[in-house]
Design a protein around this ligand. Structure first.
Ligand SMILES: NC(=O)C1=CN([C@@H]2O[C@H](COP(=O)(O)OP(=O)(O)OC[C@H]3O[C@@H](n4cnc5c(N)ncnc54)[C@H](OP(=O)(O)O)[C@@H]3O)[C@@H](O)[C@H]2O)C=CC1
Ligand SMILES: O=C(O)C1=N[C@H](C(=O)O)C[C@H](O)C1
Length: 249
């Protein structure tokens, strides 16, 4: 059996801790580097890491990836905050390092990926569509990466189907009361102590609604998807966005 050498960035964080445990428990992986704030990235090279998993912070993920790609280390990235500009920058780095693969996935939980897929399938049948994402209060970014991607994909499906804006007669209101507009889909971000990661997609048409909800109740929910990404990324040079590319959906 081939054993892949894995390094984890953000190893002492909430998700990084769960990922380190999962890598240690996997027969086909060896955890060779656990790096957190203040540790040198060079130990990824020194330890011979072949794949790096990044669960750090939107402010630091780009320099981390620049280092990995420059050193030919594949990366599986859960950290959020990826704009189109950032993805273009990453594509540029990868062009200079052919053979290196980077997976950016806004959500590694299998149920969340299915929730996104079902929402996109349903989008064209419902004139009204809004998203509520609910997270712990230590989260840096709003809306969540998952909600942003869900809304963008639903917005595209709605446009392809010729749907106009969701019906909404609001003419007065407080700033923010109707959430953020992501490609025509309203996204509402809730931050409450005790929550982990949750999302509801609400769809409505004449006389009926459809609600699609996913709940991550524990951060171990992200581990199987991350391990799938680690197993696949060496065979996927260049940039891959979304774990669904590696799933038989
Ligand atoms: N794609 C997915 O499925 C998921 C994505 N996420 C995303 O992952 C990211 C991390 O989430 P979470 O684990 O909750 O956050 P945490 O704050 O719990 O963990 C982040 C860890 O990274 C450390 N860190 C900060 N800067 C660096 C650096 N330059 N190098 C190495 N480590 C660093 C932090 O240290 P310190 O605290 O000292 O700053 C902390 O230990 C977020 O962007 C979140 O949105 C989360 C869950 C699932
Ligand atoms: O910060 C989190 O916790 C999470 N971040 C990701 C996101 O922004 O979508 C994934 C999941 O929602 C947990």
């Amino acid at each position: 059996m081939t054993v892949t050498k894995v390094g984890v960035l953000g190893a002492r964080g909430k998700v990084g801790t769960a990922i380190c445990d999962a890598v240690r428990a996997a027969d086909d992986m060896e955890l060779v580097a656990e790096i957190d704030q203040g540790d040198a990235l060079q130990s990824l090279v020194d330890s011979g890491a072949e794949v790096v998993v990044d669960f750090t912070h939107p402010d630091v993920v780009m320099p981390n990836l620049e280092f990995c790609v420059a050193n030919g280390i594949h990366a599986v990235v859960g950290t959020t905050g990826f704009t189109e500009d950032r993805l273009d920058t990453l594509r540029g780095w990868l062009e200079a390092s052919p053979g290196t693969g980077v997976l950016i996935a806004p959500n590694f939980a299998i149920g969340a990926i299915l929730m996104m897929r079902f929402a996109v399938q349903a989008a064209k049948y419902f004139p009204s569509a809004e998203i509520i994402e609910l997270h712990h209060p230590n989260k840096a970014d709003a809306p969540s990466g998952t909600a942003h991607r869900t809304a963008a994909m639903m917005g595209q499906a709605r446009a392809d189907a010729g749907l106009g804006p969701s019906p909404d007669a609001t003419s007065t209101g407080l700033d923010g009361a109707r959430g953020a507009d992501v490609d025509g889909v309203r996204v509402h971000s809730v931050r409450v102590t005790g929550l982990v990661a949750h999302q509801e997609v609400l769809l409505g048409t004449q006389g009926e609604t459809l609600t699609i909800r996913h709940d991550s109740l524990d951060r171990t929910s992200f581990a199987p998807g991350v391990l799938l990404g680690v197993r696949q990324i060496a065979n996927a040079p260049g940039l891959t966005v979304g774990l669904d590319s590696f799933m038989d959906l």
